[in-house]
Design a protein. Structure first.
Length: 245
């Protein structure tokens, strides 16, 4: 009856508000955690420069500039993560050509791969239509392609494949490299998780990119996963071919 439907609607609204509040608290904790170190570094060096304890050398200012850029990039990443967290409530689904999206992002990164002499191989069908929010799908693909670019050594290779069965589209990104320890695989999609510090800070990442991918793909009803062995890492996602599929 109408009263029952109204009660259900209120309960759903309450659940949504509770979830948003949890997300807000999580984001505040995440921001505090990630900003603490670079801000502490900046404060220490600036105080040292002001007191005359640290000499005003060019390499000091270059380092401070790098720390500042890290903060700017981190804030941008956190904004993307916040939007990914909210994706469940704000998806604008439409018919989207998944292959077209893959080719679009690959084209944007071709120069980056060329600079590192990374060989790109693709196995893509001509077209593959999914029901998705195009902008959010592009963001997920962009993060995965950038992940391949960052962590594939110079002269390495990247292979991207796209297939489909009756229920879902499957996309896989395989890159050469040192690989990820097996014990870390279950956690690589968690926000701010870094399996190896050298795979994060030195590459300019904060352990956010794959967390964004997970949020965006799961918002579409899809799945993500990964596996790795010495010399190779595979990251994949799948999307249902139809809404609610």
């Amino acid at each position: 009856d109408e009263i029952g439907e109204l009660g259900t609607a209120f309960n759903m609204m309450g659940d949504s508000l509770e979830k948003l509040e949890r997300l807000r608290k999580t984001m505040v904790a995440d921001v505090a955690h990630e900003l603490r170190t670079p801000l502490t570094n900046l404060r220490g060096y600036l105080e040292g420069l002001s007191d005359g304890v640290i000499p005003p050398k060019k390499k000091i200012f270059d380092m401070l500039q790098q720390e500042n850029l890290r903060l700017v990039n981190l804030v941008e990443d956190l904004g993307q993560l916040a939007r990914a967290d909210a994706a469940h409530a704000f998806l604008e689904r439409q018919a989207v050509d998944l292959v077209e999206c893959l080719r679009e992002i690959l084209t944007l990164y071709l120069m980056n791969f060329d600079e590192k002499h990374i060989r790109i191989e693709t196995q893509l069908p001509e077209h593959l239509i999914v029901q998705a929010d195009r902008d959010k799908l592009l963001q997920a693909i962009r993060n995965l392609v950038e992940n391949c670019w960052k962590y594939t050594p110079a002269g390495g290779s990247v292979e991207i494949t796209c297939t489909a069965d009756k229920q879902a589209a499957h996309v896989a990104f395989v890159n050469s490299g040192t690989g990820i320890p097996e014990k870390d695989i279950p956690f690589i999609f968690e926000r701010f998780f870094t399996a190896d510090p050298s795979r994060s800070r030195d590459a300019g990442g904060a352990g956010i990119g794959l967390a964004i991918v997970k949020q965006l793909i799961e918002a579409h009803g899809g799945k993500v996963g990964a596996q790795s062995s010495p010399g190779e890492t595979l990251v994949w996602f799948e999307l249902p071919l139809s809404f609610g599929g």
